[in-house]
Design a binder for this molecule. Structure first.
Ligand SMILES: [Zn+2]
Length: 104
């Protein structure tokens, strides 16, 4: 094998390894994204627990000023909720047919 052939072979190998590293990095990133996304596990709410308006793409699993918890529409949350965060409320948004936590 000439020196040139040897270098070409090494260059190809490096290229393959870099490609492989990129594929792995993509996989890791996707896996981490999956873990970060918390999905709404229960039955998706169809209407606001407070005003009974239909829930389409957004709702808040919220503690209300009345002291009770409910899945409410964003409007009721801003009127009657006590805020966003642990013990207060979590916002969910529909993504690909599932509700995914977007805040709180
Ligand atoms: Zn409402």
């Amino acid at each position: 094998m000439t020196k040139e052939e040897k270098s070409a072979r090494i260059a190809r190998k490096i290229h393959e390894l870099v490609e492989e590293a990129h594929r792995l990095a993509d996989k890791i990133e996707k896996a981490q994204e999956g873990r970060r996304m918390t999905k709404w596990m229960g039955k998706p709410p169809t209407q606001c627990d407070f005003c009974h308006d239909p829930i389409t793409d957004h709702f808040v699993d919220a503690r209300l000023k009345t002291g009770s918890w409910g899945c409410v529409c964003p409007r009721c949350h801003s009127n009657y909720g006590v805020g966003i965060g642990t013990g207060r409320g979590q916002t969910y948004e529909r993504k690909d047919g599932e509700f995914v936590k977007t805040g709180g």
